[in-house]
Design a protein around this ligand. Structure first.
Ligand code: F6R
Length: 611
């Protein structure tokens, strides 16, 4: 949540900061702001409520120019979205700060600073940081670097910071703990940002700061100190990602592009991981093969869409790999005691690798006696990957649309690889492994076919434009798929949607059924189809409007109040992945009809780095 960007260079940096903010906007869009040291070394600041384009408009009337600057796009935690709460925050016209994270002891610091005579202009937790740095420079006689080091040592919580001061032009100090931050290394110019995509237009070379690091940056040098103040070297990594890898191209929205990228993303996730119809154990880590022999149970922890992927994996693990699996949302898992059985593999699933609850649960789990930790993740340099013993990268490429699409389906693919690798040790026959791996290899082509349903789904979506509620039904491993479909609809079209295992309908939700409540069902041709049919009849009999995604061969017929769209015939194991696609398209088209901001739905942000 919140994106920060900064630059120190021999050229004017405002265009770099603005471009960086646009690329980071997925992290939050409640307000945006920039501060630079201008040609007279004064702090100049522009801020706007709402999106970065509002800030651009402000800057057209009051241009800002400087060779060192910081910028921020906000997802509000402390204080409403407003101009006053927009970063950068400034103290006595000398120090400016941008911050991503949460300062937990801000109330104590605020009370002390008020006693010292500081007036607060915002409700944010961040403002205490800038006053503290200011006081340590003026009263304590510290330079900017030492003042930041002294300040972060008393902060509790999470932070990624960019700090500049009129007292030391040409210097940008940055620090991180618990929130992501990268340094972009240029030619006689250096940058900071919350992720590498913000800076791909400027450099391909990055330094990933460790927890507690503070970096002293000038256009011609970078010096890094660890949490204890020791000078340290951090390696520079070069990314192969192209500058345009996070751009929309000819698509109307990132979400649309990302839905259509799924065949390629899945191929990438599979590449090199299946050889001779067998899953390659080393895909999970060099020593995973021997360790997998001893895995007796799996605990999965994740949030949101990633949690839904984990739920599907639970069905797969128990039915294909013959291994018991527990799954819990990270925000619950981290706050209760657990009984850890011997030989339990702890798996986190996270697109961003920065989700605060998932990361905290992983850190807790490392001291709880789990046999090993594995991350299924899309961002190699992320905190969750770095904290995990093993990682299986999903290789979906950057996902910018706030609603997760290709990250989810590639997570499912990665999880199925895990299920097969573990299953082989638990009685999964070689023929069955070969069958599943063939299904996986075929998957991109199958998804291409499902994407062709786009126009028909667009017609269906018209029936949702004036609705306030919808029900989603599935059975077995299609239940989490229905949950994911409902989440997509509510996130981007703001239509309230709930998912139920279809058999639960008669235990309460049936009372909701009328012609104003569309009911979406996923109905592959499996052993539960007959049961599902009875559940659907219950809906039809009560005047409900059914929208059923059914297998080409499923014995279901359209009727008054029952619309059926045939999804190409698919194999049972990969069906949850295939049936996700039409649900994504349905929510996308419903959102278009409702005219919402598809890529940046209200109140949400892509990377949830706060609790
Ligand atoms: C929904 C969505 C969220 C995320 C959740 C976890 O479309 O994207 O529910 O899945 O915030 O995020 P990650 O996977 O980054 O840990």
């Amino acid at each position: 949540m919140c994106g920060i960007v900064g630059a120190v260079a021999h050229r004017l940096v405002t265009p770099v900061l603005l471009e960086g903010l646009k690329r980071l906007e997925y992290r939050g869009y409640d307000s945006a702001g920039i501060a630079v040291l201008d040609s007279t070394n004064q702090l100049a600041r522009a801020r706007a409520k709402g999106k970065v384009r509002g800030l651009e408009e402000v800057m057209q009337t009051t241009p800002l120019n400087g060779r060192v600057g910081i910028a921020h796009t906000r997802w509000a935690t402390h204080g409403v979205p407003s101009l006053e709460n927009a970063h950068p925050h400034i103290c006595r016209d000398t120090v400016a700060v941008v911050h991503n994270g949460i300062i937990e002891n801000h109330e104590t610091l605020r009370a002390e600073q008020k006693r010292k005579g500081h007036n607060f202009s915002s409700e944010t937790d961040t403002e205490v940081i800038v006053h503290e740095i200011h006081d340590k420079m003026t009263d304590g006689g510290l330079d900017l670097l030492a003042a930041v080091q002294a300040t972060v040592s008393i902060l509790e919580g999470a932070y990624a910071l960019g700090v500049i001061s009129t007292e030391e032009p040409g210097r940008l100090v940055t620090a991180r703990k618990g929130s992501p931050l990268v340094i972009g290394v240029g030619e006689r110019e250096h940058f900071i940002a919350s992720d590498i995509f913000a800076l791909l237009g400027e450099t391909q070379r990055f330094i990933f700061l460790e927890e507690g690091d503070v970096a002293d940056m000038r256009a011609d040098s970078i010096t890094i100190y660890d949490e204890d103040g020791n000078k340290v070297e951090r390696p520079i990594s070069e990314t192969k990602l192209a500058a345009d890898s996070a751009e929309k191209g000819s698509y109307r929205h990132y979400m649309e592009k990302e839905i259509y990228e799924q065949p390629q993303a899945i191929s990438n996730t599979l590449e090199g991981r299946i050889i001779n119809e067998k899953v390659v154990d080393e895909s999970f880590g060099p020593d995973a093969s021997a360790a997998f022999d001893l895995v007796k149970r799996v605990q999965i922890v994740a949030c949101g869409t990633s949690f839904h992927a984990g739920m599907v994996a639970k069905y797969w693990l128990e039915s294909i790999a013959n291994l018991p699996c527990d799954i819990e949302v990270a925000s619950e898992y981290r706050y209760r005691p657990h009984i850890v059985s011997e030989g339990t593999l702890f798996v986190t699933i996270s697109q961003s690798g920065e989700t605060a609850d998932t990361l905290a649960a992983l850190k807790e789990a490392k001291n709880m006696g789990y046999a090993h930790t594995l991350a299924i993740c899309n961002v190699p340099e992320s905190s969750i990957v770095r904290e995990s013993e093993w990682a299986l990268m999903t290789r979906a490429g950057p996902e910018i649309g706030v609603a997760s699409t290709k990250a989810f389906t590639t997570q499912l693919v990665a999880l199925l690889l895990l299920v097969v690798a573990l299953g082989r040790r638990n009685g999964l026959k070689a023929e069955k492994e070969a069958q599943i791996t063939r299904q996986l290899i075929n998957l991109p082509a199958e998804i291409e076919q499902v994407l062709e349903l786009d126009q028909e789904i667009k017609q269906w979506a018209k029936c949702f434009g004036d609705k306030h509620h919808a029900l989603y039904l599935g059975r077995g491993e299609q239940y989490p798929v229905a949950m994911e479909g409902a989440l997509k609809l509510k996130e981007i079209s703001y239509i309230h949607a709930e998912a139920y295992p279809a058999g639960e309908l008669k235990h309460g939700p049936l009372a909701l059924i009328d012609e104003e409540m569309p009911v979406v069902a996923v109905a592959p041709n499996n052993e539960l189809l007959e049961k599902l049919k009875s559940n659907l009849q219950e809906v039809q009999a009560r005047g409900g409007q059914l929208f059923v995604f059914a297998d080409a061969n499923a014995p279901l017929d359209a009727a008054p109040g029952v619309k059926i769209l045939r999804v190409a015939e698919t194999d049972e194991v990969v069906a949850p992945i295939v049936y996700t696609i039409p649900l994504q398209l349905l929510s996308y088209h419903a959102a278009l009809i409702k005219g919402t901001d598809v890529d940046q739905p209200r109140n949400l942000a892509k990377s949830v780095t706060v609790e």
